[in-house]
Design a protein around this ligand. Sequence first.
Ligand SMILES: Cc1cc2nc3c(=O)[nH]c(=O)nc-3n(C[C@H](O)[C@H](O)[C@H](O)COP(=O)(O)OP(=O)(O)OC[C@H]3O[C@@H](n4cnc5c(N)ncnc54)[C@H](O)[C@@H]3O)c2cc1C
Length: 396
Amino acid sequence: MKYDVAVVGGGPAGLSAAQAAAKAGCKVVLFEREDSIAQYVRTSGVTWISDMRELGIPQEYYNPIRNYSFISPHNEVTLTSERADCCVLDVRRAYQYLGTIAAAAGAEIRVRSNVINIELNPSAGERYIRIKSLSEEKDVQSTIVIDASGFRAEIGRKLGFLSAWSRYGAGAEYECYCDDLDTETWYLMVGSMYSAAGYAWVFPVNKNRIRIGVGVGRPDTVEDPIKKLNHLIKNRLRPLDRIKNIQTLEFHYGLIPNQGLVKSFVDDGIMLVGDSAGFSNPLLLEGIRFAIRFGRLAGEVAATSIPFNGSREHLMKYETTCKRILSSKVSSALKVQSRWLKLSDNEWDQELDIISDLRMDEFLDFIRADFSRSKMLRLGLSHPKLMVRSLFRLVT
Ligand SMILES: Cc1cc2nc3c(=O)[nH]c(=O)nc-3n(C[C@H](O)[C@H](O)[C@H](O)COP(=O)(O)OP(=O)(O)OC[C@H]3O[C@@H](n4cnc5c(N)ncnc54)[C@H](O)[C@@H]3O)c2cc1C
């Protein structure tokens, strides 16, 4: 069987690419190695309501957030907004929804199908991927192969687009039951008691469900996020001391690249998207909205390049657009991240004061890594608060 587009990985990037390519009339197949879409959750699901609306993700799949609390060893600040801009996804249901719309658009979706190899025959313009499923091992031919396998970057690595990630985040999280939660407030906790190089979080999913997690940066620390998380819960460190009856229901663990965009993520018949291409906002290590948005773009561009046998020249439109939108944001955010990684506990206490001096729109631009150069330059030169100026100067 020959396909126009074969997608490796059924996360938000792969499902979105499959949907867009199928919608544009391509014959599409998607392979997911696990037993079901979102069998294992590897993300804490914080994202932004404006993006979800734009991408058509129904409101029933997310919980709105309008209070942003930050806790450091000796400080705590909360920024409060009238309007909810942020949200926490019900990850499994949201990804299943992406699977449903991909299937409805005509994509074939195969779970329990592990892609174990790729072979190219450049002279004939043929690409084969080897699939290991429950019952067999077989080769599938496709004009274009989209690598959406996340951190594993299965195809990208095999073809030499990238080697092992040198910088990445590791996160451990419990999804918990609790009594009567404030559903509108997130907590980010910083400082060595929470994470030696990273942060801990408390994200509400609904009134009785919460995600509590710890993320660490590699190679900045060898600290085990699972041990740190267990310590946090056992000792009810702030703000867990205010949450009643925490009972762990589900454990999540995941890895995410943290070194910016992959240098090149397109070649003849090959595209990388989502985490496999390094698409995430380094400040929060959030990548879901980019995975969906650029997954769709990858599917659309793939479809238009089928008559040209998926040539690199035609696929480059995808790479150029992604770089134009993402490159400068991600590199500015990496500068802030590198400042944050060096902060001592006392410096974190002061950094929270700087964050509390931001206006809500400034805070949102900042944390979303929406750094418009002219705006940041203006704020870096003339923000009314002296301490804040240094933060904005960093990203210009
Ligand atoms: C601890 C943690 C917390 C995070 N929190 C947030 C957050 O709050 N908000 C946010 O926006 N982002 C967050 N992220 C990042 C976010 O999860 C990713 O950016 C996003 O999932 C990227 O989507 P993706 O589709 O590229 O990859 P993934 O979601 O990783 O999906 C890849 C899929 O490919 C499958 N696969 C892999 N190899 C193969 C193969 N060989 N054959 C077939 N299938 C394969 C996998 O099973 C998986 O289903 C977090 C990440 C981590 C690790």
